[in-house]
Write a protein that binds this ligand. Sequence first.
Ligand code: UD1
Ligand code: CA
Length: 448
Amino acid sequence: MTVSTIILAAGKGTRMRSPNPKILHTIAGKHLIAFGVDLAKAIKSKETIVVVGNENEHATKVALAGEKVKFCTQKSQLGTGNAVKIALDGIKIKAKYTLILYGDTPFIKNKTIKKMISKADRGFEFIFLGFDARKKNSYGKFKLGSDGKLIDIIEKNEPEYNSTNSLSNSGVLLARSPTLADLIQKIKDNNAKREYYLTDVVKLASKHGHPSTYVECKEDECIGVNSQLELSIAEKKFQDKFRERLMASGVSMRAPETCFFSYDTIIKAGCIIEPNVFFGKGVKIQSSTIIKSYSYIEGAHIGKHCQIGPFARLRPGTNLSEEVKIGNFVEVKNATLASLTKANHLSYVGDAKIGANSNIGAGTIFCNYDGKNKNHTVVGDNVFVGSNTSIVAPLIIGNASIVAAGSVITRDVPSESLAIARPIQQNKIGLGKRIMLKLQKISYKIRK
Ligand code: UD1
Ligand code: CA
């Protein structure tokens, strides 16, 4: 069984009312178009062709850089039939079957496509994916013959159209490649919208003696994104599913509806996610860690039994070993913290490697940026950094050393030493009182 995939994505997406291409909007941090590309990968598509338009061509190519996909440009959007024709003209499809997906329909399942393939294996040449709509919609409608086979798809605005006929066309099509390549040339635009309708292949197929049928799936699987509201509905569906899956795998959440995940978030069993936590892309958390409320985490790997937050910000490149504590208003970026190390309050830890069992005091700032370069700091094991310390990178603080509170550290600290880098305190006996009296006299004068 071999399949090539064409993903239609040339449409302007006008209803999004956004200067950005529709298919580059995201669900859980993943571009809409990437859902189709991943589905193609999941079914082991031999080649994947994305049909883009003039407006979104460049941005789509950038977004999909690194993916094994080919691109075709449809200069004017003359309809889905025209888009497929351009893809087939531009690229010689080598597979027995051609799968057509839409760039704005993210939830089609692998197993649904497999069902379609098995119908094709039984001799059907065109298999459309349909769903039973819960309410009236404006999708194309399946017209079935007396034997239940698919004989036509009626588009909105066409005379025969009946919006309450419940079998709606999702748009997804699996076709025998040579037959599709032949019939696509025969599609005409003699309809209300003067568009080349891909769905006209059904009529043409029956005229030329090629059998068509359909596979039915749940409506939820076929939802498309055409507006910002629909994007938010799709996002909600994704998040709800994701939360359910996490909880089923042993993650606790007191208010799951307030926690947001990325498509690639990995959280192991025994973790607790308190309300109002956001996970950006690239987060992996080992078992039994707690993420407290109002934390924002992206690109971070977190070990077992850690405590993060409340109000923690973990940025890309954060790597925490086991039993690490990151407390409130602490930002960590591109930093590795070994086990049992703590940064509990009001700190910035950037571009650093910190050993085990060290303590980063409240208000410690790793001064990593000198205006031009990002500089790196190494802190050893069992180090105690006192509160309100500035560590001016690049430098190394050796094992088991202590940095006195309020220090501005600009040089390496050898192991097992105490570094103090702050002006020496002077106590001037009696001067406090004299100053106070003077100040009070001034304020007395002002009051008079
Ligand atoms: C299409 C189907 C309809 C189905 C509906 C499901 C046709 C004629 N109709 O209608 O039966 O119920 O999808 O959503 O196929 N596109 C291009 N080039 C074009 C036109 C469209 O690449 O010239 C792409 C769009 O970017 C989009 C997809 O094809 O990803 C569907 O286009 P759209 O205009 O939304 O199709 P509908 O008219 O809604
Ligand atoms: Ca549409």
